[in-house]
Design a binder for this molecule. Structure first.
Ligand code: HEM
Length: 444
C-alpha cells in the first residue's frame, strides 16, 4: 500500500473521530447535561477506571456527583442520577411504559443473542419467558429437594475436611455449590463441581477472569473476534485456564445438541419430569417453550446456558460466602442465629426444614437481606433506556427540571441506578466491616 493511501486512511479516521467528539460535546441531546468534558468525549475515560483501576468507575461517578450534582453525564451515551426518589421512575415494569436494558455494557463478550443481552423490549420478553417459571416463587419452592441435596453434599464435603488442618477457600466451595444447583436446574447431567478436588478452583478462576475482561471486550469488541481466530492450542500456551473455558463451552454445546436431537427423534409432547415435577430448563426450552426455531439454535442456546450458569452461580455464591464469612468472624451473631434455628432444625438431617418455615425466622431473614445488600456482585450500574418517552427529573439540589430525551439509536439515554453509592456511605465498609451487618437491618 502506498504511504499516501495509509496517511489518507489515517486522516479519515482522525477526522471521523474529531467530528464524533464535536457532535458529542455540542450537538448530542446529552450535550447540555453536567459532567466532565473528557467523559462526554470518549468512553476511554470509563475504560481507564474499569480496566486499569480495577472496576472503580463507580467511585469516580460518586466523585462526579459531588462536583456536578445529582444528574451527571458519565460517558458519551449515559446519564447517572444519584437520587433514590427517582428510582421508581427508572425501574418500571412493562405495564407502566416500555423500557429496555442497555446491552452495550456487556457487548463484545461473545454472548450476544442471549436474553440477558437482548435489549429490545419485546424480544427480551419473548426470550426470557421460558426461564421465568423456574425462578418464580413457586418455581424455586419446587427446587427445594434439589437444593437440599446439594446442601447435604456440601456439608459432607466440609465435614470430610474436619481435623485435617486443610484450608478451604469458602468462595471456591460456595461457587461449586451454586454451580451444581443451577447446573441441575438447567440440564440432566451437569458437571459435579463439588466433587472436584478443592471445589474446582479452575471454575472460579474462569468465571472471575472473564468478568475482569468485560471492560476490555466492551471497549474493543474486535478483540473477542480476534481471539476466536487464534487456534486453541496457542491460546492454551498463553493461558492454560483457557482450556477450562473450552471445556465448559463444549460441554454446554454437547448438552444442547443432544436435547435438540432427542426432540427430533421423539416428537414427544409429554416430557419426563426431572426437577420438581418439571423437565430441566433447557429440555423445556427446546421441547415445550414455543420459542421460534430461530431462537432454538445450538449456538444461541449454548450461550444462554453459559450465561445462566455464570450469572446464577457467581452472584449467589458471593452472597453465600459473604454471609458465612461474617458469621464465622462474629461469634455472637453465629450464636444468635443458632438460637433462632434450634427449634426449626429439630430432626435434622433426617428432616429438612422447608423454605416457608425458614422465612418466618426474622434474624435469618435479616442476615440474608443484609448479605444481598452488601455483597453486590459487579461494580456496575444497571442501565435502563426509555425508548419512547422522555423522562423528567427535578434536581434534588436546586429544583431544576431536566428533560431526559427518549432513547433513539446511537443517542440512548441511560439512567443507571446507584445501588452501591446509595446504600453504603464511603468508608463504612472498610472501617467497620462487621458492624455493617449488626447496625442496620439486624437491629430488631
Ligand atoms: C444472590 C443472588 C443474585 C443476585 C444478587 C443477582 C443480581 C442480579 C442483578 C442485579 C441483575 C441485573 C438486573 C437488571 O439489570 O435489572 C441480574 C440479572 C440476571 N440474573 Fe441475577 N442475581 C442473583 C441470582 C441469580 C440466579 C440464581 C440466576 C439464575 C439463573 C440469575 C440469572 C440472571 C440473569 C439471566 C439475569 C439477566 C436478566 C434479564 O436480562 O432479564 N441471577 N441478577
Amino acid at each position: 500500500m502506498s504511504p499516501y493511501i495509509g496517511f489518507g486512511l489515517f486522516g479519515v479516521l482522525v477526522a471521523q473521530y474529531v467530528l464524533r467528539v464535536i457532535y458529542r460535546l455540542w450537538f448530542s441531546p446529552l450535550a447540555g447535561f453536567p459532567g466532565p468534558k473528557l467523559a462526554a468525549m470518549t468512553s476511554l475515560y470509563e475504560f481507564y477506571f474499569d480496566y486499569f483501576k480495577k472496576a472503580t468507575y463507580c467511585f469516580e461517578i460518586e466523585r462526579m456527583h459531588k462536583v456536578y450534582g445529582p444528574i451527571v453525564r458519565i460517558n458519551p451515551r449515559e446519564l447517572s442520577i444519584a437520587d433514590s426518589n427517582f428510582y421508581d421512575q427508572v425501574y418500571v415494569s412493562g405495564n407502566t411504559r416500555r423500557t429496555q436494558g442497555y446491552s452495550q455494557f456487556a457487548s463484545g463478550i461473545g454472548f450476544e443473542g442471549t436474553f440477558f443481552l437482548t435489549h429490545t423490549h419485546e424480544l427480551h420478553r419473548r426470550r426470557r419467558k421460558p426461564v421465568e417459571p423456574y425462578f418464580s416463587r413457586l418455581g424455586v419452592t419446587r427446587l427445594e429437594p434439589l437444593i437440599n441435596k446439594a446442601v447435604e453434599k456440601l456439608i459432607k464435603r466440609f465435614t470430610s475436611f474436619q481435623g485435617t488442618g486443610q484450608i478451604i477457600r469458602l468462595d471456591h466451595a460456595m461457587l461449586a455449590f451454586s454451580g451444581d444447583v443451577i447446573g441441575h436446574v438447567c440440564v440432566e447431567n451437569p458437571a459435579e463441581l463439588m466433587d472436584e478436588k478443592d471445589f474446582s478452583p479452575a471454575w472460579y478462576d474462569l468465571q472471575h477472569s472473564m468478568i475482569k475482561c468485560i471492560p476490555l471486550f466492551t471497549e474493543f469488541p474486535w478483540v473477542i473476534h480476534l481471539v476466536r481466530h487464534i487456534p486453541s492450542r496457542i491460546l492454551l500456551l498463553v493461558d492454560p485456564k483457557a482450556e477450562c473455558f473450552n471445556v465448559w463451552k463444549a460441554r454446554a454445546e454437547k448438552h444442547i445438541a443432544k436435547l435438540i436431537e432427542e426432540k427430533e427423534q421423539r416428537q414427544l409432547t409429554k416430557l419426563e419430569p426431572a426437577i420438581g415435577g418439571r423437565p430441566t430448563l433447557f429440555r423445556y426450552m427446546v421441547d415445550e417453550s414455543g420459542l421460534p426455531e430461530a431462537d432454538l439454535t445450538v449456538e444461541r442456546l449454548t450461550k444462554e446456558a453459559q450465561i445462566l450458569l455464570g450469572a446464577g452461580s457467581v452472584s449467589t455464591a458471593r452472597t453465600l460466602h459473604f454471609i458465612t464469612f461474617y458469621l464465622l468472624l462474629n461469634p455472637p451473631m453465629r450464636e444468635r442465629l443458632e438460637d433462632e434455628l434450634r427449634e426449626t432444625m429439630v430432626g435434622w438431617p433426617d428432616k429438612q426444614p422447608s423454605w416457608s418455615q425458614l422465612e418466618k425466622l426474622p434474624y435469618l431473614q435479616a442476615l440474608i437481606k443484609e448479605g444481598l445488600r452488601h455483597s453486590h456482585g459487579t461494580m456496575h450500574r444497571l442501565p435502563r433506556v426509555s425508548p419512547d418517552e422522555e423522562l423528567l427529573y427535578t434536581s434534588a439540589r436546586d429544583g431544576k427540571v431536566w428533560k431526559i430525551p427518549a432513547g433513539v439509536s446511537e443517542i440512548r439515554v441511560i439512567v443507571p441506578g446507584t445501588t452501591v453509592l446509595a446504600h453504603v456511605p464511603t468508608g463504612t465498609r472498610d472501617d467497620r466491616p462487621i458492624e455493617i451487618i449488626t447496625t442496620t437491618n439486624m437491629r430488631m
